[in-house]
Design a protein around this ligand. Structure first.
Ligand code: C5P
Length: 219
């Protein structure tokens, strides 16, 4: 298989994929795809009773992504809807609709279109196993459920949302189980993925490990 200039970063919720992807994209000047945001966008419009084809057209034609320092903003016709997508409610709907074949199929081409020759970093659940099987470098980033819940807690608090830690751990575990056991594109490391357990690592340490891999295997 011809390999393309893509780094995939898959893993469970709140494993740090997003922060690592943004750092990699900024440091190596790569395009970025946060595929979880596409599923969250799908969920957001689904909750507004929009039909699937129309949702696809909206995502293709009126949504833009803006990578700032360590923030990926989502704009709907210039209106910033990032915080509307980053709720646990939307995450739950996203997890529900992401097991539907039609939804995964509609998002497949949109995701492939993020590829640019200068290179792409793509994070999600099935980037290395399904969407970019042909990626040059594949990483699977994980961490214990407690650590991930703590990270998500801080993230949600920073967004000004009320959070309850036991409920958050339960939500994260339920979502992981659903994502890992679904029939289509389950959350799994690709055979050729490098697995990083970040439970005891800071973002800086994970980045430095990844940077070495990129210099060795990607550039
Ligand atoms: O990564 P994030 O928490 O934003 O993803 C929200 C949900 O979208 C996940 O729980 C998962 O069900 C779904 N998803 C997926 N495949 C991807 C990315 C996200 O099924 N590649």
């Amino acid at each position: 298989m011809k390999k393309i200039n893509v780094i995939t970063i898959d893993g469970p919720s709140a494993s740090g994929k997003g922060a690592l992807s943004r750092k990699v994209a900024n440091n190596f000047n790569l395009n970025i795809l946060d595929s979880g945001v596409l599923y969250r966008l799908f969920a957001y419009f689904y909750n507004l009773n929009t039909d699937n084809q129309e949702i696809t057209n909206i995502i293709k034609n009126q949504i833009n992504f803006k990578l700032e320092k360590d923030n990926l903003r989502v704009l709907n016709q210039d209106k910033d809807i990032t915080s509307k997508l980053r709720t646990e409610d939307i995450a739950k709907t996203a997890s529900k609709i992401s097991s539907k074949k039609e939804v995964r199929k509609l998002l497949f081409n949109i995701q492939r279109n993020f590829y640019e020759e200068k290179g792409l970093v793509a994070d999600g659940r099935d980037m290395g196993t399904v969407v970019f099987k042909d990626a040059k470098l594949k990483i699977f980033l994980t961490a214990s459920a407690e650590i991930r819940a703590k990270r998500r807690y801080i993230e949600l608090q920073n967004l000004g949302q009320e959070v309850n830690m036991p409920a958050l751990i339960a939500d994260i575990e339920a979502r992981d189980l659903k994502d890992s056991s679904r029939e289509l594109s389950p959350l799994l490391p690709a055979d050729d993925a490098i697995i990083i357990d970040s439970s005891e690592m800071s973002l800086e340490e994970v980045f430095s490990f990844t940077e070495n891999l990129i210099k060795k295997e990607f550039i």
